[in-house]
Design a protein around this ligand. Structure first.
Ligand code: PGA
Length: 251
């Protein structure tokens, strides 16, 4: 039985004062919740703040990107070890907002995934199709290709103990979430694909859904067999809504 997992993706939001309020509220509201793991992925400058406010709580923290290199002359980049210096345990890899805006290739994303893994961080790999791809009926092909780059380079066993987040691009920040059936169908496709190569990795793999999750739709989404929780953008910036989503994961 995979424990449910809810991850906040703050994106480029927040400041020291607002974060302080939000983290304090989340800690208070979520501390008594059992049977759900919670992680908050903050912008780099706030990792120290997350560390000081979340250590000794049940909430873990992480980042939203990392460098594909371990160290070196890479101006503006942040390495896996730097994230670990601030107690980060998780890192989002290949979010579509980055892949589109900063031209991240599948190869680059695969390297970052492995960089996180080899340094002991848990990668949260984002995959998903555009609206045009869904309407053309090629969404499984698109997601398969995103996974294949990692599988062909490193083997499917690397997915053991990691997280994949299915994030249909048309659902991110639009208020239009995938239906529970649409999401379940893709989650099963992803798990089956990994299982073709490695049953154990597939059964351990946590597959989250991301894209306009709110406290209402979370109930049905999280009740599906292959949906192990969510990656939450907008609603993670509101302690009450985020708590509602975490509550839905406990049911
Ligand atoms: P959203 O973002 O919840 O605001 O749609 C989800 C995501 O980008 O991970």
């Amino acid at each position: 039985m995979r424990q449910k997992l809810v991850i906040a993706n703050w994106k480029m939001h927040g400041n020291l004062a607002l974060n302080k309020q939000l983290l304090a509220a989340c800690t208070e509201k979520l501390s008594s919740l059992k049977n759900v793991d919670v992680v908050v992925c903050v912008p780099y400058p706030y990792l120290a703040q997350a560390q000081s406010m979340l250590q000794n709580t049940s909430i873990a923290w992480g980042a939203q990107n990392l460098s594909k290199d371990s160290d070196g002359p890479f101006t503006g980049e942040v390495s896996a070890n730097m994230l670990k210096d601030f107690g980060a345990t998780h890192v989002i890899i290949g979010h579509s907002e980055r892949a589109t805006a900063y031209c991240e290739s599948d190869e680059n994303i695969a390297t970052k995934f492995m960089q996180a893994k080899t340094h002991g961080l848990i990668p949260i790999l984002c995959v998903g199709e555009t609206l045009i791809e869904r309407e053309a009926g090629v969404m499984q092909m698109v997601v398969a290709k995103q996974l294949d780059t990692i599988i062909n380079t490193y083997g499917a066993s690397v997915f053991a103990g990691t997280i994949i987040s299915y994030e249909p691009i048309w659902a991110i920040g639009t208020g239009l979430a995938a239906s529970a059936e649409q999401a379940q169908s893709m989650h099963k496709f992803i798990r089956d694909k990994v299982a073709e190569y490695d049953q154990t990795a597939a059964s351990q793999l946590k597959i989250l859904y991301g894209g306009s999750v709110n406290p209402q739709n979370a109930v049905q989404l999280f009740s599906m067999q292959d949906i192990d929780g969510g990656l939450i953008g907008k609603c993670s910036l509101n302690a009450q809504e985020f708590e509602g989503i975490c509550q839905a994961a406990v049911r």
